[in-house]
Design a protein around this ligand. Structure first.
Ligand code: G3H
Length: 247
């Protein structure tokens, strides 16, 4: 079984109810895409988006708490995301690893919670520019995968997103060879550790746009993208969905 292709949009802290019109447009323009499509809006929009999208696309959260419930003001449990209509949750995004000092151990615990709640965990890894310059990229990725991906991970409940921190929102992307090198290493590590690691979807994220999507999707072991800025508008995200469908 080949990994499932996935075009995922991370709206980050952008979007109001009015933004759901973009979902209508995306579905109207791409009613039967040749890949899975996921949008992770702010938590306030998950329920309305899931209700609006029906089965046309999947909806996900951008983070969850490691515990199932309790006195954690401002946090959201994985089961609460699921209850609101989410099927996925992004975990360990670099903006959380950096801004909220999330460790691999915390990402691991959150991923376990997501799996227990029946969510697909989209686990993010990626090196900083300083780490790349120091030649540490592959070691950093290996350590993050080892520390963040739970033993219960399977192709059915886990997606890995490689997002170089320096490529996020900057308009800069690694070379195709650099993306290929990291994805090949991730595939080898996951295949060695998990029975169906060869089938786990691997995404690239960081300044994916309509203009570079097809080229990125042609790289071996790239099964889709985690898209930030270009996922906010159907006019931008639609061509990325189309490029992945055609890949
Ligand atoms: O989660 C998405 C990534 O942070 C990529 O963001 P970007 O496409 O705006 O660079």
């Amino acid at each position: 079984m080949a990994p499932q292709k996935l075009a995922a949009g991370n709206w980050k802290m952008n979007g109001t109810l009015a933004s759901l019109a973009e979902i209508d447009r995306l579905i109207a323009d791409h009613p039967t895409p040749g890949c899975d499509v996921l949008i992770c809006p702010p938590a306030t929009l998950i329920h309305a988006m899931a209700a609006r999208a029906g089965t046309a696309l999947a909806v996900g959260g951008q983070d969850c708490h490691a515990k199932a419930s309790g006195a954690h003001t401002g946090d959201i449990a994985a089961a609460e995301l699921k209850d609101a209509g989410a099927s996925h949750v992004i975990l360990g995004h670099s903006e959380r690893r950096t801004d909220h000092h999330e460790t691999d151990a915390e990402v691991l615990a959150k991923s376990q919670a997501a799996h227990e709640a029946g969510l697909i965990a989209v686990i993010c890894v990626g090196e900083t520019e300083a780490q790349r310059d120091a030649g540490q990229t592959l070691d950093v990725i290996a350590a993050q995968l080892a520390g963040s991906v739970p033993d219960g991970a399977r192709a059915a409940n886990t997606v890995i997103a490689y997002e170089p921190v320096w490529a996020i929102g900057t308009g800069r992307t690694p070379t195709n060879d650099q993306i290929a090198e990291v994805h090949a290493r991730m595939r080898a590590l996951l295949t060695a550790r998990f029975a169906d690691g060869a089938d786990m979807a691997l995404l690239y994220g960081g300044s994916v746009k309509p203009g570079n999507a097809a080229e990125i999707f042609a790289i071996p072991h790239v099964n889709g993208a985690l898209v930030g800025g270009a996922s906010l508008k159907a006019v931008d995200f639609g061509p990325i969905v189309a490029a992945l469908s055609a890949a």
